[in-house]
Design a protein around this ligand. Structure first.
Ligand SMILES: Cc1cc2nc3c(=O)[nH]c(=O)nc-3n(C[C@H](O)[C@H](O)[C@H](O)COP(=O)(O)O)c2cc1C
Length: 363
């Protein structure tokens, strides 16, 4: 496994990026362990305040001198305009009442909901000032200001594309590398030019088309969980891979025990796309909540309102070890994940397996 063009960009030994996890599932331990192990560790910071971002980057820098990335969600314009009325909000809350009651949590107030929208511009400024080696974005393009400042400060920008058109737009915006995120991937879909349902291209189809369309390094993401997947992605034209679910299963991950224990099981061979947990489409293992609420898939309010309405339920369920109503984000290769390994052991295994898969394909 050679470092390739992404390795050269960051001075890292392995062409492996640990996918960032938003919603509080990243951990400083995992990000630092992956960077120390020769990959590019990442941290999902989209729910953090600017002050928390400053503190986070300081803690990461204290743990590793190797490069790492911090990820933000670009706000989707049309979603921001879709605010539910008070009557609609009451209906959404009423629908979730049995879950609030059962878990003994209080539904968020109107003030909680108003505070739920992070100030993206302030997050960007805090992140630039903290100077991580990489800033990665999902769900949109970087502003001119972000591109110019990142260049001035020597910070690399990584964008995320779910279609060829998004990859081309990202390259034109000035990013240094592009994650080609196939619909196999766990977590939220990052589509920003067309609706999600028109942007569901599988990793095997997306990666070679993006590699043909752009000249910056391409990072394949979605359904890669072992060395065979790494070798396949590199053969498809990727310069590196971004692995999410596989790293989420490792010991250092910030995922709850109930979430981690679901990965690597036969049950995790089945995943679905759902808006029910956050108001944005994401892939995870279906549970009782997803099945019970299936009729409301198209009716729940957009992010961040549904995300805020669900937060007390998700948190209480995770803390209580209740797999039936927590969001079990996972990609389509989740059953290949190994929950008993550390990040360093997992990286070593990826190298060993990829080397063997490359030898096999070479005949
Ligand atoms: C729990 C979870 C949270 C995620 N959160 C983010 C995020 O905040 N930002 C982002 O760019 N990608 C996010 N992703 C996507 C991953 O970074 C990565 O691209 C994806 O997991 C790769 O597919 P895989 O899960 O099949 O390995 C998330 C994925 C998971 C599983």
């Amino acid at each position: 496994m050679r470092p390739g063009r992404l390795g050269e960009l960051f001075g890292i030994a392995l062409p492996v990026v640990q996918g960032p996890f938003g919603g509080g599932l990243s951990s400083v331990e995992l990000t630092a362990a992956v960077s120390e192990g020769g990959g590019l560790g990442s941290y999902g910071a989209h729910i953090l305040s600017p002050e928390e971002i400053t503190d986070l980057v300081a803690r990461l820098k204290a743990r590793t001198r190797r490069p790492f990335g911090v990820n933000l969600w670009v706000p989707l314009e049309d979603e921001a305009a879709l605010r539910p009325t008070d009557t609609e909000l009451a209906a959404h809350r009423a629908r979730l009442k049995p879950y609030y009651d059962e878990l003994g949590v209080t539904p968020p107030t109107a003030a909680d909901l108003a505070a739920a929208r992070p100030d993206y511009e302030a997050q960007v400024d805090a992140l630039l000032a903290a100077e991580p080696a990489a800033v990665s974005l999902v769900m949109g393009l970087p502003s001119r200001h972000l591109v110019a400042e990142a260049r001035r400060l020597g910070i690399s920008l990584i964008g995320t594309a779910t279609t060829v058109e998004e990859a081309v737009a990202l390259e034109q915006s000035g990013v240094d590398a592009i994650v080609a995120s196939g619909s196999d991937a766990g977590g939220h879909r990052g589509a920003f030019l067309r609706p999600v349902r028109e942007s569901l291209v599988g990793t095997f189809s997306l990666v070679p088309q993006v590699a043909d369309a752009v000249s910056v390094p391409v990072i394949a993401a979605g359904g890669i969980a072992d060395g065979r997947g790494v070798t396949a992605a590199l053969a498809l034209g990727a310069d590196a891979v971004q692995i999410g679910t596989g790293f989420l299963a490792t010991r250092e991950s910030g995922a709850s025990e109930v979430h981690r224990r679901t990965l690597g099981t036969p049950e995790s061979r089945t995943t679905v796309l759902t808006r029910l947990f956050s108001g944005r489409t994401a892939r995870g293992v279906p549970n009782l909540f997803v099945r019970d609420m299936a009729a409301y898939e198209d009716e729940v309010p957009p992010y961040p309102v549904q995300n805020a309405l669900m937060q007390p339920i998700r948190r209480a369920a995770a803390a209580a070890g209740r797999a039936d109503c927590v969001n079990l984000w996972a990609g389509q290769a989740a059953a290949l994940a190994r929950t008993e390994t550390t990040a360093a052991e997992y990286l070593a295994k990826l190298v060993e397996e990829s080397t063997s898969a490359t030898a096999t394909t070479a005949g």
